[in-house]
Structure formats: structure tokens, C-alpha cells
Design a binder for this molecule. Structure first.
Ligand code: PMP
Length: 357
């Protein structure tokens, strides 16, 4: 009898569930507001630069192994040298490499709860313990309790997901000072209105900050993230990455987006404006709305479960995100689309609330 190939898989991987990303419904009819993508495609001028790169027809050659031009450019942007910058295949790769570099079976990481659902998967992957510090009653981060942890690595998402709520720069710097060992701030959504600590990373040797081109830069399809940290750590991470971890087109796309930063920033400002209007309309309908600084809103209907809102919107071809964990199952997380899309969502929700009275 042929062997069961799974019997050869190492037990801790066999036991894993793996990360479950938001649904990819490729139906064009669906308004996809479940994975915090940017509703604006890459600006045409940036797309033209990317097309020019494609037409150089150099794809038979390997790309820069360490994305050197992009490291330089991001270093310029944040006032540090390229030696403090690492480029990842999405910030998910950066998170994985940092777990891998710091954590083994006898170690522990500490995160907030709820937070980004990839962190527990990474802990399983490296057989490391994960301590979860519940958000306070008012959904703010309990950094004092986090400080009591003896974990080796602390990860703070700022603003947090799925709540969208921020921690101030001074609180983060105070935390880093008292924690005094590796702390990663995940700034995937910081561009949407939170004060960044990107310029403090590496200057404080144990403070690492990562972000992504998937949200504010309209490049989720290209998979590009960056990390700023102390050059000594960057050299260690470089030992672990894939030999050519970013494709030539991904590197070119990120450089093109950075060349047209003013248009990207206009898009970001528009998303923030639409978010604030949307939050206000949900509040007016009686939703419990957390004060979001991200490109999504976490809100609970005046009565009933978040799942009912999820199903109701899906019946109207709108896909949002619902989490089944007890504490947050009242809520739905809705990514911010264009002004027109969000008016449609708000009108439908107002109608739904009226019908449920
Ligand atoms: N961090 C957080 C908090 C996120 O929500 C996401 C996106 N799901 C990521 C990191 C990963 O982003 P990327 O597309 O760069 O892998």
C-alpha cells in the first residue's frame, strides 16, 4: 500500500491549521471590503513607469537579490541608511522572519488580543509560546500588562487590527524604553492617521518597525513590505530570506509608487475622509463604532450579532469580515472603499437597522 505522505510531515506542522486569509470572491459583482485593500488602483503615472520596466524585457535576468534600490529609497524617506532597511515579500514575510530569528521552542512572544491573526500561526510554526494580553474594556492596548510579561519578543500593531485603534508615539517609546528587548511595531495601517515610530526604529537598537505597500500604496497584488531596524539585525535577517525574495516587477512597482507619492497621499487623505463620514453615519444609526485610525472600521450593530450584518451585506453582494471569537463576535470589520461604495453600504445598513426595529 502506498504510504500516507502526511506521515512524513513534522508533527507540529501536521498539527497546524495555517493562516486563513479573507475570502477571495472573484465575482465582479461583489464589492470586496474584507481585506483592507486600497479602493484606488495604482496611479496611472506609476503604472506607466512599471510598464516601462516590463518593456525593458529584462525578466530573463534575476532581480536585485536584496532590493537594493528600494532599500536606498526607503532609507532616504525615513532618514536612515539603506543598511537599516530590509525589504520583504509582503510584510507577512518580515513577520515570519522575525519570529524565526528570535523565537524557538523554549521562547515566548507577547501580542495584544485581538490583533492580527497571523501572529498565532507564526507562533505555531516556530513552536513558540504566545502570550495574549487582552485589550482593555475600552479596547485600548494594555501596555502595562504587556510590560509584566517575560516574553522575549513583543509585537504591537499600531493602529491595531481589527479595532483600528491607535497607541500614541510617546506611549510606544515609553514602552520600548521599559521593555528593553526586541519589540516590533507593525505599522501596516499607520499611513491612515497614526503617528509613526518608523524614524525611531534602529536608533533604539531593539525597536523594529515594519510596514507594507499593500494598503496605502495600492500594491497588495505585488507583495512588498519593509522593515527598519538596527543594521546588525538587518544583516542577520538577510541570512534567512529567500535568495531573491522580491520579483523584479515588485521592486519596480514599489519604486514607481514612491516616485508618485503625492498622488498616493491624496488617495490616503480621501480614504480617511470617507472613513470619518462612514463612521459618523454608523454612529447615527446606533452602531457601536470604535474610533478607527485605519482604512477599516470595526463596528457592532445596535442589536443582534455581527454575523447577521455580514450575511445581510453579502446578500447585497458586499463582502465584509466577521470574527467568531466571543468578545468580538458582535462586530463586523468593514474596509473603506470609495465614497460612492461607502454611501451604498451606509444606505443598506440604515435600511437593515430600520427593518430590524
Ligand atoms: N500586518 C497587519 C496588521 C495586517 O493586517 C496585514 C495585512 N493582512 C499585514 C501585516 C500583512 O501585509 P502584507 O500584505 O504586506 O503581507
Amino acid at each position: 500500500m502506498a504510504p500516507d505522505i502526511r506521515d512524513f510531515v513534522v508533527p507540529h506542522v501536521r498539527a497546524m491549521t495555517g493562516y486563513v486569509p479573507g475570502l477571495q470572491l472573484n465575482d465582479r459583482q461583489i464589492l470586496k471590503l474584507n481585506t483592507n485593500e486600497n479602493p484606488f488602483p495604482l496611479p496611472p503615472a506609476a503604472l506607466a513607469d512599471l510598464e516601462a520596466e516590463l518593456h525593458r524585457n529584462r525578466l530573463h535576468l534575476y532581480p536585485s537579490p536584496d532590493s537594493s534600490a528600494l532599500r536606498e529609497r526607503i532609507g532616504d524617506l525615513y532618514g536612515c541608511g539603506a543598511e537599516s532597511v530590509f525589504i520583504g515579500n509582503g510584510s507577512d514575510e518580515i513577520l515570519r522572519l522575525l519570529f524565526q530569528i528570535f523565537l524557538g521552542p523554549d521562547d515566548e512572544a507577547v501580542v495584544l488580543d485581538p490583533s492580527y491573526s497571523l501572529y498565532p500561526v507564526l507562533a505555531e510554526m516556530f513552536q513558540t509560546s504566545l502570550q495574549r494580553i487582552p485589550l482593555k474594556e475600552d479596547w485600548t492596548a494594555d501596555l502595562d500588562s504587556m510590560l509584566l510579561s517575560s516574553a522575549k519578543l513583543a509585537v504591537i500593531t499600531n493602529p491595531n487590527a481589527p479595532t483600528g485603534m491607535e497607541v500614541s508615539r510617546s506611549d510606544l517609546l515609553d514602552f520600548a524604553d521599559r521593555w528593553n528587548r526586541p519589540v516590533l511595531v507593525d505599522e501596516a495601517y499607520t499611513a491612515f492617521g497614526t503617528e509613526s515610530v518608523m524614524r525611531d526604529a534602529g536608533r533604539i537598537a531593539h525597536l523594529m518597525v515594519c510596514s507594507t505597500f499593500s494598503k496605502a500604496y495600492s500594491l497588495a497584488g505585488m507583495r512588498i513590505g519593509w522593515l527598519i531596524a538596527h543594521p546588525d539585525l538587518i544583516r542577520e535577517i538577510d541570512k534567512l530570506r529567500d535568495s531573491y525574495n522580491l520579483s523584479a516587477l515588485a521592486q519596480a512597482a514599489a519604486l514607481a509608487a514612491l516616485k508618485h507619492l503625492p498622488v498616493i497621499e491624496e488617495h490616503t487623505a480621501e480614504i480617511c475622509r470617507v472613513r470619518d463620514v462612514f463612521m459618523q453615519s454608523l454612529t447615527n444609526m446606533g452602531f457601536d463604532v470604535l474610533p478607527s485610525k485605519a482604512n477599516f472600521v470595526f463596528a457592532a450593530p445596535p442589536s443582534g450579532e455581527g454575523r447577521a450584518v455580514y450575511d445581510y451585506l453579502l446578500d447585497h453582494n458586499i463582502l465584509v469580515r466577521h470574527f467568531s471569537a466571543e468578545r468580538i463576535k458582535r462586530f463586523v470589520r468593514i474596509s473603506i472603499g470609495t465614497g460612492e461604495s461607502m454611501r451604498r453600504v451606509a444606505d443598506l445598513l440604515a435600511e437593515g437597522v430600520r427593518l430590524s426595529r
